[in-house]
Ligand binder design. Structure first.
Ligand SMILES: [Zn+2]
Length: 297
């Protein structure tokens, strides 16, 4: 459908009212995971890396004099909280220049369209997940149309190994497919004085309820997950982060840090450890599905 320019302009002025409402599946999923919408005070992870998400979904802000980069946007209802957390750090919304996405599911991409609208930031995502973001999560290879969100226009699509430069800040996209086809692990360096650490926001490595065998919408899913487990376990990694903070023991580490262990978040084995646990769980799930398939023959 094409609209006359005046109609397009009018529509663009009322965009906020047009943001998608959460579906019943999404409401049920949020009810199962109350931390996804639980308030969390923003805090410094390390150097120029800040946590600005709700308690149960990691949303990170990486700051630089030339502009700031947000990674992920929580569920749709988190957008207001994330924006308030950014402001609480003394940062203006229009200083956020880019919004990166770890993967195009509603619990990490649901708030992106709104935050992009409010900040004016460009959305950047992998080539492989950009179409899923653009169709607002519809026709997901595993979830179908159960978890829709407001579509986000991807201004820039990145490929595996691509570096993004914003002044001196460099963020690298690592393709870690499986959870979605374009699931991405983002890495960058944060410094405190002369001590610079390698930050890794590990793309989700879980397959919750996934059909791993004979899924015509994602025939290479097993191979992709196996690639990603190996990939994550070899990344240089000082602070492991994840869209789901509990999988890297974020809150236990933060509590330890509050008690005086200044380096509690630093753990060069963090990426390897998460990959190992995720691989074990994936292999058990795959073995069960293979067994069930053999029995059904
Ligand atoms: Zn997901």
């Amino acid at each position: 459908m094409r609209l006359p320019i005046t109609a397009t302009l009018v529509l663009s002025l009322i965009v906020p009212a047009a943001f998608a409402q959460t579906s019943s599946s999404e409401q049920a999923s949020i009810a199962e995971h109350p931390p996804w919408i639980a308030p969390q005070q923003p805090f410094r992870v390390y150097g120029n890396t800040w946590y600005v998400g709700p308690r149960g979904l990691s949303v990170l802000l990486v700051t630089a004099p030339t502009g700031d980069v947000l990674i992920d946007g929580g569920v749709p209802d988190d957008a207001t909280m994330i924006e308030a957390n950014i402001r609480q750090l003394g940062i203006e919304l229009h200083d956020v220049k880019w919004i990166l996405n770890s993967h195009a599911h509603f619990d990490h991409a649901g708030g992106i369209a709104r935050i992009a609208h409010d900040t004016g930031a460009q959305v950047i995502a992998s080539v492989a997940d950009a179409p899923l973001l653009a169709r607002g999560g519809l026709n997901d290879p595993e979830y179908g149309d159960r978890f829709p969100f407001s579509p986000a226009h991807v201004a820039r699509k990145v490929i595996d190994g691509e570096n993004l430069h914003l002044g001196d800040l460099v963020l690298t996209a690592h393709s870690t497919p499986g959870h979605t086809k374009g699931s991405t692990t983002w890495t960058w360096t944060s410094c405190e004085g002369k001590r610079c650490l390698r930050m890794v926001d590990i793309g989700s490595l879980s397959a919750p309820g996934y059909k791993l065998i004979g899924n015509p919408k994602y025939p290479t899913i097993v191979k992709d997950f196996e690639y990603s487990f190996a990939m994550v376990s070899t990344l240089p990694c000082d602070i492991a982060l994840s869209p789901h903070p509990e999988v890297v023991d974020m809150w236990a580490r933060v509590a330890k840090r509050k008690k005086g262990d200044a380096d509690a978040l630093i753990d060069p084995t963090g990426c390897r450890a998460y990959s190992k646990v995720a691989r074990k769980s994936f292999e058990a799930q795959l073995a069960k599905q293979r067994q069930d398939a053999a029995l059904a023959k």
